[in-house]
Design a protein. Structure first.
Length: 72
């Protein structure tokens, strides 16, 4: 596989190439997904509201002084 990597290439782009089998243009996020898939490290991705709720629960559990008033 031929991979073209660029810092700002995570969005989809239109290619004028006739065929693209065996080639890939990707940015950091897509490259990470390629590595995870090839190494068998990919996991189920949770959606944003789920992640926020999990984060809030973790913060409430430790209740640091800097954010205690926000979770009153």
């Amino acid at each position: 596989m031929h991979i073209t990597f660029g810092i700002f290439l995570d969005g989809s782009e239109w290619s004028s190439a006739g065929a693209s089998i065996g080639t890939m243009v990707c940015g950091p996020l897509q490259m990470l997904q390629v590595f995870e898939g090839r190494l068998g490290l990919s996991a189920v991705q949770s959606n944003t509201p789920e992640r926020i709720n999990q984060y809030v629960e973790k913060i409430r559990a430790v209740a640091p002084a800097w954010c205690r008033a926000s979770f009153g």
